[in-house]
Design a protein around this ligand. Structure first.
Ligand code: ZN
Length: 243
């Protein structure tokens, strides 16, 4: 089954910061779309400055998994679009939030916490350790992924306790961080994955891309029936139990 993926990127840094343009000349979304590839995936992109941020009812209705990268434009995302994405997650669309997306409106709404963390831009080494090797998102990956230069994110990460913790990062400066976390929200599955600061070529790293591909497969809708809630007629005749 082909999984329909929409890669959403605010696409602002790449247009105004030459050091980011140099790394992602066509935008982070284009690099991610190319890196995810077409083997089992049908990938399209959407960006902040498109009408309805590129996330129309039609686009979301035909999206199995939405990937989200945002940073400087979080406040520019319309609340009505956030509500629309939120409803689609509740209805079963998968959502993968990357890196600075931790502060996006949609992630904060889904988490219900502040989602703040420590950070530092020093181009330091990151080791992403797999702490849940049986999880499908860790499939085919080594015990750890090394990224030579990344921004540091450190604990405490103000999130609700993840349903599953898959990766923990260590940074050269000494901090650690819960880098790969999952939650269920409604019928939808949410995966947060940490690396991907805009000035580093992280989204060309094949192991990082493998995690994202695995995340898409994990987050895709399961096909389970929509739960029916509210007052309910019995399925069996309810008889007296006798005395
Ligand atoms: Zn960053």
């Amino acid at each position: 089954m082909t999984i329909r993926v929409t890669v959403w990127n605010e696409y602002l840094h790449e247009k105004v910061h030459p050091e980011v343009t140099a790394v992602y000349p066509d935008g982070i979304h284009a690099a991610l779309a190319a890196g995810i590839g077409s083997d089992g995936f049908e990938v399209r992109t959407a960006t902040l400055e498109e009408a309805e941020h590129g996330l129309t009812e039609e686009v979301l209705a035909s999206t199995d998994v939405l990937i989200w990268w945002g940073h400087m434009g979080h406040d520019k995302v319309e609340d009505a679009i956030v509500d629309r994405v939120h409803q689609r997650v509740m209805d079963g669309m998968g959502l993968i939030v990357l890196h600075s997306g931790h502060f996006s409106k949609i992630f904060k709404k889904l988490m219900g916490t502040g989602c703040d963390l420590k950070w530092r831009e020093a181009g330091e080494k990151e080791r992403i350790w797999t702490v849940n090797p049986a999880h499908p998102i860790a499939a085919g990956l080594p015990e750890y992924i090394t990224i030579e230069n990344e921004e540091m994110y450190g604990e405490h990460f103000d999130i609700p306790a993840p349903d599953e913790l898959i990766f923990v990062s260590w940074f050269e400066g000494g901090e650690v961080f819960r880098s790969g976390c999952t939650w269920n929200r409604g019928q939808g599955k949410v995966f947060y994955f940490r690396p991907g600061h805009e000035t580093y070529p992280t989204y060309y790293n094949p192991e990082v891309l493998r995690v994202i591909q695995n995340g898409i497969k994990w987050a895709a809708p399961s096909g389970a029936a929509t739960p029916v809630r509210g007052n309910h007629q019995p399925l069996e005749q309810i008889g007296s139990k006798g005395n």
